[in-house]
Write a protein that binds this ligand. Structure first.
Ligand code: MN
Length: 269
């Protein structure tokens, strides 16, 4: 006999790269995932809404609205919502430091886990210039690295003011870098370097649509993945343990034993 279970309750949930407003966004799976997961704090780690794509052609079905509503409802029910805009939703960067509908908007933040680890949370596009010129910067040293970081911010601002299209790191990587593993490694290294620079024990980011959780660069590197292809999120359990969650029909069956007579909404209420 199967037993109905309530949604998983997590200490923290990290989601990124949902790309609402695009046809590729896996909103149905995400809505299902959100139904089965609650958290004290939810970090939206950028590229949640694809402002660039929406500007070109408006695509906003009801299900995309439902995702926004579901997240806001979690906020009303007590979850802390923190939104760290990325390059695709950089229009929200005009509101950094403020609250929109109870959602905190910040460029980056340090999150402390239940077991006392300090994690830098940031989307990751802030390091595009660093990733592009990684070889030169390694050669030129610390000052150049800081300069490249500053340059990235300035270039982004200018590009936005002039209404240029977004510059895509992943498209560039596909074009320029023959070995995708190299590119991912360079990105991971840049983010870990920044985390070390601010004295954190690790970093949580998104941007490259590649979920990961490892200590290959000496401290913890965590990438939330995306909801376009892989449908992944990062969970922090109540003891501080971090885990990649992959959501699919199969993953759900493995995670929960559900009484078929019990409606999900009754369970979730
Ligand atoms: Mn991005």
């Amino acid at each position: 006999m199967s037993i109905a279970v309530a949604p998983r309750h997590l200490r923290t949930l990290f989601l990124s790269d949902i790309h609402l407003g695009t046809r590729g966004s896996q909103v149905d799976l995400l809505l299902d995932f959100l139904k089965w997961h609650d958290a004290e704090t939810i970090f939206l780690v950028g590229d949640i809404v694809d402002g660039w794509r929406l500007k070109k052609s408006w695509y906003w079905p009801q299900s995309h609205n439902d995702v926004v509503q579901k997240l806001l409802r979690k906020g009303r029910k007590g979850a802390r919502l923190v939104y760290l805009p990325g390059n695709h939703d950089e229009f929200l960067r005009d509101y950094l430091g403020t609250q929109l509908g109870g959602v905190e908007l910040v460029d980056s933040i340090v999150h402390e886990t239940a077991d006392g680890k300090r994690l830098l949370v940031i989307h990751g596009d802030q390091f595009d210039v660093v990733v592009r010129h990684a070889k030169w910067l390694a050669f030129l040293g610390d000052g150049a690295y800081t300069l490249a970081l500053g340059l990235n911010t300035v270039l982004n601002k200018i590009r936005r003011r002039l209404g240029f299209d977004y510059w895509s790191l992943s498209a560039w990587a596909k074009l320029k870098v023959k070995n995708a593993v190299n590119f991912i490694g360079t990105f991971e290294n840049a983010l870990v370097t920044e985390a070390k620079r601010v004295g954190a024990d690790g970093v949580v980011c998104g941007h490259i649509h590649h979920a990961a959780l490892h200590d290959d660069f000496g401290i913890r590197y965590i990438n939330t993945g995306d909801w376009v292809e892989s449908c992944t999120a990062i969970a922090e359990h109540h003891d501080g343990r971090l885990e990649i969650l992959r959501w699919s029909a199969i993953a759900k069956d493995e995670a929960f034993v559900v009484d078929p007579d019990t409606k999900v909404d009754q369970v979730a209420a």
